[in-house]
Design a protein. Structure first.
Length: 416
């Protein structure tokens, strides 16, 4: 007798809960042989791993301080994991550093036939053979946790112990350098528009032009939005120690919240501990950490006031949470970096819902979601219900897994 999709899902959820109690272009496709009969839900298995490299030509080239020339295309790498029960999980990462090859040739084949509920086993296996490719692990970690949540009928936040908040504050990651635009005119205009949309915090890119010129731009943005709006600045590695301190004085006088990564990240965030000691406002850094190990090194060196692990770059959801707890032991705040599509946003929102406030006072320093506002079709088009800003906050999805429904037809439209 055939089993309907609804009944199969119910069976799977019940069986998986029992198992949890007993256990303390076109895409690149990896697929096992199709099962001949209904799979026992107690033995859920991964049957396929697909990677999609997406590309979109920008209507107007844009970039950050060090983008020379300005970017004309946007790319991302998505991962889809399939199971014998019809459950699928999605992940996202940056298409650099051999991430796709590591998934397709190394980790993906080893995942086929494994039970996605055995997260600890899979976590160790994924890190083992890949020479530390955190980007590949991150995408797969998201997808595996997406499946785990669906199998157990729990959101990712509930999988990791339960959310501390039902919504997370969001800031607009915006004000990039745009072709044929002058930041003196573009940035204040854009900032005003974002505030009208409901944002209560904004981040702008700086560092492309001399400090004197961009000091005036920052002042114009502050004047445009007033003192009630939080402002942050991202230097994108465009400063020396001396010029970063000069710009830092300007930002401090304008009541900016923090100055993000003004010095080069390579090698090993050199000079950041000295900059932290001398900078008159909080220093944010660490979006380039690729594991808890590299994060611990920066934390021990006191390289920042705010660490910014990226769920898609440092190894995934659990790794980001681990880093945030490490940072808290040293009195360092954690505000994750997030610059991607809806899948990465979903994973970051679930992670943020689990992170405690950095003190016991009124929660004015709650970790914020970075919500990219640049041209990005994957932020809105690939999911049936895009994330919406409501009074400066984004709701945490409560549906199982990441809580989103990916439209694979749209994914394939952008795949190259």
């Amino acid at each position: 007798m055939s089993v309907t999709h609804t009944n199969r899902r119910e069976l799977l959820q019940k069986g998986a809960l029992l198992a949890a109690g007993c256990l303390a272009g076109g895409p690149t496709v990896l697929r096992a042989a199709e099962p001949e009969q209904q799979v026992d839900p107690l033995k859920l298995k991964i049957t396929g791993v697909k990677t999609y490299l997406l590309q979109h030509k920008l209507k107007r080239p844009f970039g950050v301080s060090v983008s020379v020339p300005l970017d004309q295309f946007r790319k991302t790498l998505l991962v889809k994991i399939e199971t014998d029960a019809g459950l699928t999980g999605w992940g996202e990462t940056a298409p650099v550093g051999g991430a796709r090859g590591t998934i397709d040739d190394q980790i993906g084949p080893r995942l086929i036939g494994q039970n996605p509920l055995e997260q600890r086993k899979l976590w160790r296996m994924m890190w083992g053979p890949n020479f530390g490719n955190a980007l590949a692990v991150a995408a797969l970690d998201m997808a595996i946790n997406d499946i785990r949540g669906q199998a157990l009928n729990l959101s990712v936040a509930e999988l990791f112990g339960g959310r501390l908040r039902d919504r997370v504050p969001a800031y607009a990651s915006a004000m990039n350098y745009v072709e044929n635009e002058q930041p003196e005119e573009q940035y204040p205009r854009e900032a005003e528009q974002l505030v009208k949309q409901g944002f209560k915090a904004l981040k702008m890119r700086i560092g492309r032009y001399p400090v004197v010129r961009e000091a005036a731009v920052a002042a114009a943005v502050r004047e445009a939005v007033g003192l009630d709006i939080k402002l942050m600045a991202d230097g994108n590695a465009a400063y020396t120690l001396s010029s970063a301190l000069q710009m830092g004085e300007v930002l401090h006088d304008l009541n900016f919240e923090y100055f993000e990564e003004p010095l080069p990240q390579s090698p090993h965030y050199a000079g950041y501990e000295e900059l932290r000691r001398k900078l008159p406002l909080p220093l944010a850094a660490g979006e380039g950490v690729d594991s808890r190990g590299s994060a611990k090194e920066l934390i021990d060196r006191q390289c920042m006031h705010i660490i910014q692990p990226d769920v898609s770059l440092c190894g995934g959801i659990g790794e980001t949470l681990f880093i945030s707890e490490l940072a808290a032991l040293s009195g360092i705040r954690c505000i994750p970096h997030c610059w991607g599509g809806a899948i990465l946003i979903a994973a970051t929102v679930q992670t943020l819902s689990l992170m405690p406030d950095p003190h016991w006072g009124f929660p004015t320093d709650t970790p914020m979601l970075e919500l990219d506002q640049s041209e990005n079709p994957w932020r809105t088009e690939i999911v049936k219900e895009p994330f919406q800003l409501k009074d400066g906050f984004v709701d945490v999805p409560t549906r199982p897994g990441l809580g989103i429904e990916v439209d694979e037809a749209i994914v394939k439209r952008y795949a190259i």
